[in-house]
Design a protein around this ligand. Structure first.
Ligand SMILES: [Mg+2]
Length: 336
């Protein structure tokens, strides 16, 4: 060990906790390398603020997932892509500076995937549908395919980049007190999309499978634990904090947060077109599932994945040939 390293270690051990925390802040979450706080921090906050300001000016009403039903596909695609035209005027690079986006995201520059492509699956209305309306009902009937239980925990309260540490801790303290008061345990009845478990078993043989949901961690974990009880099919889990929240209207799943994988090797299956906003050609849009026992969409998607995407060099080219999302979006742009 060199003298330099020794000196560094001594210094860091002698630092008070708050100084150590400050030192940690000097690391850029995007690059994992030290940057000057003067250079980085003011810009960081300014850009996020600017993103939120621009987003607040957007003027559209997002379609709900119930609009993505069989028979309404073309209409849904057209309408949502016309919204996405507007949303894409925002600078997503600014939003990508939010450090919360990177929590729990796998870094494939240090991790093996043996040439396998990354397959990201949405949860709600893609693999399952949860009946939140009756979340408190002590439903003992066998109406649902499963009932999952979860509790809210601290992780629901993400640090906001704009508020001070004090504000954040105060907010969290209040939230926890409230939680203590109600001691809430959620029970949620879920319907499983036909073939969901077989689908997971099959795709996990060929792809590096992750869940990417806009739901909160506690609920999502309960559902994912049910779908993959032995934890051998789903390699990683991304939640609401990993999505870019656009003005509380939509959650965008920007695939650039996954490090060490070219976008040509990432696929996202989702029932909401808005999830694809930042990378339209990586998306496979699936009809929303509620409780249709005759639904066979997962079988269709499985066929598409294995026959058309598994071996290709760039999934985006094939997706675009099939779905034309980019072309439709460009056409809408020209006609605006
Ligand atoms: Mg969904």
């Amino acid at each position: 060990m060199s003298l330099d390293t020794n000196t560094k270690n001594r210094q860091s051990h002698s630092l008070k906790p708050e100084r150590q925390e400050f030192r940690q802040k000097l690391f850029n979450p995007l690059e994992n390398e030290a940057v000057s706080p003067k250079k980085y921090y003011p810009k960081f906050k300014k850009n996020l603020k600017e993103f939120k300001k621009q987003a607040s000016k957007l003027n559209f009403y997002p379609l709900g997932s119930h609009e993505n039903y069989p028979g309404n596909y073309d209409n849904y695609v057209q309408m949502t892509l016309s919204h996405i035209q507007q949303i894409n005027k925002l600078k997503f690079e600014y939003a990508l500076e939010d450090k919360n986006l990177y929590k729990g995201v796998p870094d494939y520059s240090n991790q093996q995937r043996n040439g396998r492509k990354i397959l990201l699956l949405d949860l709600d209305e893609t693999l399952i549908h949860a009946d939140f309306i009756r979340e408190f009902a002590n439903d003992k009937t066998n109406k649902y395919d499963a009932i999952v239980k979860f509790r809210e925990t601290e992780s629901d309260f993400e640090e906001n980049n704009e508020e001070s540490k004090e504000e954040f801790y105060e907010k969290r303290k209040m939230a926890l007190e409230k939680l203590e008061e109600v001691k809430k345990e959620y029970r949620v009845g879920i319907f499983i999309r036909k073939g969901a478990k077989q689908f997971l078993a099959e795709v996990s043989k060929y792809f590096e499978v992750g869940i990417f949901t806009a739901s909160v961690k506690e609920y999502a974990d309960a559902v994912i634990d049910y779908l993959d009880p032995d934890k051998n099919m789903i390699k990683f889990r991304l939640y609401r904090n990993n999505c870019i929240n656009v003005n509380d209207k939509i959650y965008v799943k920007d695939l650039r947060i996954i490090k060490g994988v070219d976008l040509k090797d990432i696929i996202l299956i989702d029932n909401s077109m808005y999830s694809f906003t930042a990378q339209l050609t990586n998306g496979i849009l699936i009809n929303s599932f509620y409780n249709d026992k005759n639904d066979i969409e997962l079988y269709n998607v499985l066929g598409y994945l294995l026959n058309f995407l598994l071996k290709v060099d760039d999934v985006r080219m094939i997706n675009e040939q099939f779905f034309n999302f980019q072309k439709i979006s460009n056409d809408i742009g020209e006609n605006l």
